[in-house]
Design a protein around this ligand. Structure first.
Ligand SMILES: [Cu+2]
Length: 384
C-alpha cells in the first residue's frame, strides 16, 4: 500500500554516504529538529541541518493520525518516514542523511500530498561513516539485504507475469489461487518498492485511498474484479480493461526489477525500513484494509513481518554491539507475534480476515505494537 518507506539510495553519488555518526551531545543540537504536526500545519524547528545522523522529533498536536516524511529532491522518493503517529504522541525519526536538498512533509489523516516544506542538509565535512568493525558489519548487512530484495523482486516478476496471464485469460479460479502468494514478494520488500514514489500508487494503491482524479490500477484493481462480492453495484471489467491493467502491472514490475538490481542500503535505510514494514502492518493489514476484496490480509501481514525480520537479522551483529538489551527485546517480540500469527494458519496460507474475531484482531494489534516499539529504536541505537 501507498504509505511508508525505506530510504534506498538511488544516485551513485549517495553511495559513499554513511550510516553512522556520533557526538549527539556535542554537535547534536543542529541535527535534532522538533516537528509540530497539527491537522493544518507542519512546523519544523529548522530548515537546515549538517549532514550526519539527524533526528526529527515529531509531535502530533492535531486530532488526526499523522505521518512525517523526509522526501528526496524529486519530491517523490521517500528517504525516511514515520507513520501512525496518534494525537498527542511524539515519535522520533532517526536517519543518516547526506548533504542535499530535501522536503519535509506531514500528512494529517494519512492522505494527500502532505504539508510540505523545504529542507537542506549541508555538507558537514565530517567523516560520519561507521568505522572499523562497525563499517564491516554495515557492509555485510547491506549485502544481505540487497540480495534479499533482488531475490524477492525476481520472484515477484515471475509470479506477476503468471498472474497477469491468468487474469487476461479469465482463468479466475487460478488467478484467485495465486493472488496472495504472488503479493507476498511485494509485501516483503514493500518499503523498498514504495520508496519509488511513482510505482507504488500505480501498483498497490487501495481504492479507499484514492483521491478525485486518481486512476485506479494495479494489484487491487484486479483484486476487486476477481472478488467483487463486497462491491455494491459493481460493473465487471471488460477483457480490454483487464488487459490494460494487467499489462501495466507487469511493466511496472519490470521497472521495479531494473531499479532494484544495483541498490545499496545504509544501516539507516535497513533499520527504518524494518520499522516501516511494521507500520504497514499496523495501518493496513491488522485493520483488514489492505485486501478489502479478497480478505487475504494475513498473507501480507506475514510478508511484512518476514521483511522486517530479515532487515533486523542483517543488523543484529551491529545492534548487539550497540544495545544488546534492545536486540533481545526485538527478538522476543518477533517470536510472540509469530506465535500469534501461526494460530491463524490454514494449509499453505492463512484464514481470511473475516474469520478473525475482534479479540484475535486486538491481540494481533497489541503484538504488532509491542514489536514496533523496540524496532522503532533500532535506527537510533545503531546510528549512535
Ligand atoms: Cu501495500
Amino acid at each position: 500500500m501507498i504509505r511508508s518507506l525505506v530510504a534506498p539510495v538511488l544516485a551513485a553519488g549517495l553511495l559513499l554516504t554513511t550510516a553512522c555518526t556520533d557526538n549527539t551531545a556535542a554537535s547534536g543540537d543542529a541535527r535534532t529538529m522538533s516537528v509540530k504536526a497539527s491537522d493544518t500545519a507542519c512546523e519544523v524547528s529548522s530548515v537546515e541541518a549538517p549532514s550526519g545522523t539527524l533526528t526529527f522529533k515529531v509531535t502530533n498536536e492535531g486530532s488526526k493520525i499523522n505521518e512525517f516524511y523526509l522526501l528526496g529532491e524529486d519530491g517523490l522518493r521517500i528517504v525516511a518516514e514515520v507513520e501512525n503517529i496518534g494525537p498527542g504522541l511524539t515519535r522520533d525519526l532517526v536517519l543518516s542523511a547526506p548533504a542535499g536538498t530535501y522536503f519535509t512533509a506531514c500528512k494529517p489523516g494519512m492522505v494527500g500530498e502532505g504539508i510540505r516544506g523545504d529542507f537542506t542538509v549541508t555538507d558537514s565535512g565530517e567523516d560520519v561513516g561507521p568505522k572499523g568493525e562497525d563499517a564491516e558489519l554495515v557492509a555485510e548487512a547491506d549485502k544481505q539485504y540487497a540480495s534479499y530484495v533482488r531475490d524477492q523482486v525476481d520472484q515477484l516478476v515471475t509470479k506477476t507475469e503468471q498472474f497477469a496471464t491468468l487474469v487476461k485469460e479469465r482463468k479466475d479460479d487460478e488467478a484467485r489461487a495465486m493472488y496472495a502468494d504472488a503479493r507476498v514478494h511485494w509485501e516483503r520488500v514493500e518499503t523498498v518498492a514504495e520508496s519509488f514514489g511513482d510505482l507504488d500508487p500505480q501498483m498497490d494503491a487501495r481504492e479507499a485511498d484514492l483521491e478525485a482524479g486518481d486512476e485506479f490500477t494495479g494489484w487491487h484493481r484486479l483484486e476487486k474484479d476477481l472478488w467483487p462480492a463486497r462491491a455494491e453495484g459493481y460493473t465487471a471489467m471488460t477483457d480490454a480493461e483487464r488487459a490494460t491493467v494487467a499489462d501495466k502491472l507487469v511493466a511496472d514490475t519490470a521497472t521495479l526489477y531494473d531499479r532494484t538490481r544495483d541498490m545499496t542500503f545504509t544501516a539507516s535505510d535497513i533499520a527504518n525500513g524494518a520499522k516501516g514494514l511494521l507500520d504497514e502492518v499496523a495501518t493496513g493489514k491488522v485493520t483488514g484494509e489492505e485486501e478489502y476484496w479478497s480478505r487475504t490480509d494475513l498473507w501480507d501481514f506475514q510478508a511484512n513481518v518476514d521483511g522486517a525480520k530479515v532487515a533486523w537479522e542483517g543488523l543484529r551483529p551491529l545492534l548487539q554491539r550497540k544495545d544488546s538489551a534492545l536486540d533481545g527485546q526485538i527478538e522476543k517480540a518477533f517470536a510472540s507475534l509469530q506465535a500469534l500469527l501461526d494460530k491463524h494458519r490454514d494449509g499453505e496460507g492463512f484464514v481470511t480476515y473475516d474469520k478473525l474475531s475482534e479479540d484475535d484482531i486486538k491481540q494481533l494489534a497489541d503484538a504488532v505494537n509491542t514489536l514496533s516499539e523496540p524496532l522503532s529504536k533500532m535506527a537510533g541505537a545503531i546510528l549512535s
